[in-house]
Write a protein that binds this ligand. Sequence first.
Ligand code: 4AD
Ligand code: MG
Length: 483
Amino acid sequence: MFNNRTKIKTLLQGNFVGKEVTVMGWVRTFRNNQFIALNDGSTNNNLQVVIALGLLNDETLKRITTGASLKVKGEIVASLGKGQSIELKAITIEILGDSDAEKYPLQPKKHSLEFLREIAHMRFRTNTFGAVFRIRHSLAFAVHKFFNEKGFVYLHTPIITASDAEGAGEMFKVTTLPIDGTAPKNEDGTINFTEDFFGKATNLTVSGQLEGELGAMAFSDIYTFGPTFRAENSNTTRHLAEFWMIEPEMAFYDIEDNMNLAEEFIQYLISYVIENNKEDLEFLDARLAEEEKQKPQNERQELGLIEKLKFVTDNKFERITYTEAIQILLDSPHYKKKKFKYDVSWGIDMQSEHERYLVEKHFKKPVIVTGYPAAIKAFYMRLNNNCEAGKETVAAMDILAPGIGEIVGGSQREERYDVLVKKMEQFNIPVKEMSWYLDTRRFGTVPHAGFGLGFERMVQFVTGMTNIRDVIPFARTPKNCEF
Ligand code: 4AD
Ligand code: MG
């Protein structure tokens, strides 16, 4: 057996003084041929390894460089030095893997996030990304814990589908047909997909919702948590072509039940991280405070990262209708001084500048907006009763978060067969091919609702990272698919 080591996090937390242990990890720094800062990724805190004079020959000492991997056996002793309470007095040191100090891309200095994105395969070894990805892990774990405690069934919806759940058409095609122009054609010149692998045109899923609804019509409460794909050409700090989404779907829920669950869910996730990732949050809090100091006074955020998170768990989200949101924007000094790039009127699909004005300037907290115009939302959303002619709205809800904008999109679903079919026809959704979806409305339809939480946007919110590329291990964005 090779792995008999104790993790550094365990050592730093426990009472190991006087005990002999084995640790393994990577060298962060090596000072005076004597002190190694060793890190194994279990925590940002390094273990100080002390090498007594004469323990190693010069040749071995030279091989202890930043990035090299070591196996160290030694005794834990109380530290006399500043900055740590214990250290490891080495008995034997084995170099597992050398690292050429001159070529090692991570020098012991501050690197820009942009540079680290280019060496994303190495950036896990930095303090910032160590903290971010341990928190990402915790959030994923908390997602399952939350739904499991509520009796939801985790349903694995397909990655390859033949439907466009959002009706937005921003899909990556999946095919095994040749792409050099020799694919079989129909008489009218279009590609003959009956000869393709699945016998029809297929794509990567944009959302697991439609299949999720099928599950909810049997289990009552389900959730999905998986990768989703959007071929939208949005090069922003909030868009990925491949992102992870959590989509709960609940039978016997209306829009208000849906909002209550989404709010409770977000607060639960944040509380879980506050309780379980204290050190990493404190590190990111300090990092953000440092970054804020570089900004002019009037652009700085009022709350620190942890203060912001506590504020969100301790206060109810604001709830307003779309119509009220538009009115707030129209009445705003920002609008009157013509500071919005995009115009505001009832019926617009709010731009991120509008959403951010509402949450960051006006309410200064998360806001749930409901009752969007039917024309700008997906076909499956429930038409509200008693709408003014020409101003039809649906039971949609978007949750907007400070610094992020839209973090959740959801709705009560249209459970009335006739209304749904009419809507699908209006939106050019192929009714015949979606017969399986309509079956849920034919056989025991019930009021139901659900939402989608963009997992990376949630990780951004909790870690305070401003670019979504920095909260997913390997980002897929337009013109970029490295690693
Ligand atoms: O608002 P969206 O498009 O809603 C749906 O897909 C529904 N089917 C969800 C449901 O009701 N079950 O996406 C949901 C969330 C957004 O609020 C956003 O947080 C995230 O997914 N999202 C993205 N995140 C990163 N990159 C992208 N390109 C994203 N597009 C959406
Ligand atoms: Mg949306």
